[in-house]
Ligand binder design. Structure first.
Ligand SMILES: Cc1cc2nc3c(=O)[nH]c(=O)nc-3n(C[C@H](O)[C@H](O)[C@H](O)COP(=O)(O)OP(=O)(O)OC[C@H]3O[C@@H](n4cnc5c(N)ncnc54)[C@H](O)[C@@H]3O)c2cc1C
Length: 636
């Protein structure tokens, strides 16, 4: 019986060891295929798009001190608003492609950790942020480029045209494509128009630009790929008349080198339509444009993660599970990305960070090293009364992580995995972390402050969350739902649950929704039927009548650290043992009865006695058979 038990013990210890340090084989394969969360290829733009992808590696070389300008979008992959804006921005890039010798359309993903420094240096306060960096641009204090506060494609085009035209008056740059934006004056004539132009230029297009518009500038920019044509703007109707222009009916004309002038009527009053008319006319004269060059740096497109379907299936099987991996990813992204990215952390921001770290220290889901990291980080931040910078924070974070390494037991999302790398992820894990913390607070006897976690969350979302639109909605919802009047810690759990459900309802069917994980009210009836008061209220059309006691019980259950799933965790040895593991160990030791233990001891003592006897016998015999009559030095 003892032998059987010893075999069981050996097997159990082996199983325990294997599951502690080695990931599940199927998941290991998935991990190999996934890209790291901060991988720049997970951004919102692919090779097929005309948006130039920037990163820390190519940012300066592509947009600083160039002889052309750049429109740069600073965005966060996980910000819903940025995702919704991405198709518009792609259209902007496509539409302005003919301007590319004078202005490029580019974007940088501030959700990628390696881009932290760039996004911090440009003082990006919300996402998406559009900035125009002109030719010769160099960043400096209070000099981060000109902001465009619009997301309308026509307004973007007009604003850019205005900014580009203003450059012409203030700076000189060695760019042969740069149009001459000066208005024609009464001194100009059909013959003087060609003075100073190269012999390649066969025509000058004269465009009437109504006051307070950028129409002429836009036409000039749309024509930069036509070396045979130079575009000039005219605003004064008397001057325009010299070039056969009737501002209402025939607002553009072409002048050739012989001084012949022909006026034309475009279809509509916008830059592109004027340009199209000219393209048409010139095409008939066998004049063609240069091919447009796209200055796209090479990068791997964001592709669907291979083997991801198995991971998604796993998550679907355990719909309401809370995963350790997601909690860790939330903390890692918060520290490395969101906080580290801020230029200056002072006043309200500093207080919010201190509060957040204090709450995280108390309800930290990480293992022992992670506990040390957060508490040392909190002590570090608390030392600052006035301000600290994001780069100071990042430096200390990296120093502590290196010192305490390894800190995290996993490196990838599990429950928050999306069907494409651009969906779900961080924002999903952030909700999960805050739900987890409200539940831990409710189970904690020490703290009596009902607002402890909600206040930390509110401060974090307001001051650090990189989804600007989410932050604004959340703050409005918090005051509408009277966050500051939550009476106790259990109500705090329910407050956050109800608030999250409100967001789920608002975003159901939205462009940011992952089709694999449609937004529904949580928990679903098949996860917690008792959470629903009446069977009727499960109907989609009726307002759900919740059984809040059951909901609270359910939330406490799924966020219980003992039930948090470790699926996909690579270094389980960094975490505290789960109840299962403890029980398993207790069971292994309790399979031995007292009688077994006594027999074991007896056997052990018997073995020792036998070994002593055997040794004595051997030593005695050895002494008697000694062959030498002298010692090793040859003495008798
Ligand atoms: C504070 C905050 C505000 C946001 N506001 C916006 C916004 O205004 N616009 C926008 O486009 N995006 C917003 N987002 C992002 C959005 O809510 C989702 O996080 C994102 O779309 C990803 O959705 P998801 O399907 O992964 O599920 P999520 O909504 O992120 O949920 C994550 C997980 O939490 C669990 N869960 C779901 N509902 C509840 C609940 N009621 N109680 C407890 N657990 C629940 C589920 O297991 C789910 O998988 C916000 C995110 C946060 C953290």
């Amino acid at each position: 019986m003892l032998a059987t038990h010893l075999v069981i013990l050996a097997v159990a210890v082996l199983v325990d060891f294997a599951s502690a340090g080695v990931p599940l084989p199927r998941y290991e394969a998935l991990l190999k295929q996934q890209s790291a969360p901060s991988d720049p290829t997970l951004g919102l733009y692919d090779d097929g798009d005309k948006v130039i992808r920037l990163s820390v590696d190519n940012f300066n070389a592509t947009v600083l001190d160039q002889n052309r300008g750049a429109l740069v979008e600073f965005y966060n992959t996980y910000c819903g608003h940025c995702r919704r804006f991405a198709p518009t921005y792609k259209s902007v890039a496509e539409h302005l492609l003919p301007w590319s010798e004078v202005l490029i359309v580019a974007a940088i993903d501030c959700a990628a950790e390696e881009n932290n420094g760039v996004c911090r240096n440009y003082e990006v306060m919300g996402y998406p942020t559009l900035r125009y960096l002109g030719p010769g641009f160099q960043p400096g204090p209070q000099h981060y480029g000109q902001s465009l506060h619009t997301q309308d494609i026509n307004e973007i085009r007009e604003m850019l045209a205005g900014m580009v035209a203003a450059e012409n008056l203030t700076s000189s740059h060695n760019n042969s494509y740069w149009p001459n934006f000066y208005y024609l004056t009464e001194n100009d004539s059909a013959s003087s128009l060609f003075e100073g132009l190269s012999s390649v230029t066969q025509y000058v297009a004269v465009v009437h630009e109504p006051e307070n518009t950028t129409l002429g500038v836009e036409v000039a920019l749309f024509m930069t790929q036509w070396p045979a044509v130079s575009v000039r703007r005219v605003i004064d109707p008397a001057v325009a008349a010299k070039f056969k222009i009737d501002p209402t009916n025939l607002p553009i004309s072409l002048v050739d080198r012989k001084g012949e002038i022909t006026a034309y009527a475009p279809e509509s009053t916008n830059g592109e339509s004027y340009a199209k008319k000219l393209w048409d006319v010139l095409g008939k004269k066998n004049i063609t444009p240069r091919p447009v060059t796209v200055h796209q740096p090479s990068a791997t497109p964001a592709s669907k993660i291979k083997g991801q379907n198995e991971l998604i299936d796993e998550v679907h099987r355990n719909k309401h599970f809370v995963y350790q991996a997601d909690l860790e990813q939330a903390i890692r992204t918060v520290l490395h990305n969101e906080v580290s990215k801020v230029g200056e952390i002072s006043d309200e921001k500093l207080l919010a960070l201190q509060r957040f770290l204090a709450v995280l220290q108390r309800y930290n889901p990480l293992g022992a090293n992670g506990h040390q990291l957060v508490s040392k980080l909190k002590d570090y931040v608390v030392e600052f009364n006035d301000k600290l910078t994001g780069s100071q924070f990042e430096e200390e974070l990296k120093r502590l992580e290196a010192h305490l390494s390894p800190v995290y037991s996993s490196t990838h999302f599990v429950g928050c995995v999306g069907s494409s790398p651009r969906l779900r992820g961080f924002s999903c894990s952030l909700w999960t972390l805050f739900h987890f913390m409200t539940v831990q607070a409710a189970n904690n006897e020490e703290s009596q402050d009902p607002l402890e976690v909600l206040q930390a969350m509110h401060g974090y979302i307001k001051n650090f969350f990189g989804c600007t639109e989410c932050s604004e909605h959340f703050q409005a919802m918090a005051s509408r739902r009277k966050i500051w009047s939550v009476p106790n810690k259990e109500e705090a759990v329910l407050w956050l649950w109800a608030a999250h459900n409100e967001v789920n309802q608002r975003l159901a069917g939205d462009a940011t929704e992952d089709p694999e994980f449609p937004k529904k009210q949580f928990p679903a009836p098949d996860s917690c039927s008792e959470c629903y008061r009446t069977p009727d209220s499960k109907s989609e059309n009726l307002e759900i009548e919740w059984n809040k006691d059951a909901v609270l019980g359910f939330l406490k259950n799924i966020h219980n650290p003992q039930f948090v799933s470790r699926y996909g965790v690579q270094r389980e040895e960094l975490l505290h043992p789960t109840a299962d593991k403890m029980r398993q160990k207790r069971q292994i030791s309790s399979v031995f009865t007292d009688m077994d233990m006594r027999m074991g001891m007896l056997l052990y003592a018997f073995c020792i006695v036998m070994m002593v006897l055997a040794f004595k016998l051997f030593a005695f015999k050895g002494y008697r058979k000694k062959p030498y009559g002298h010692d090793l030095l040859g003495k008798v």
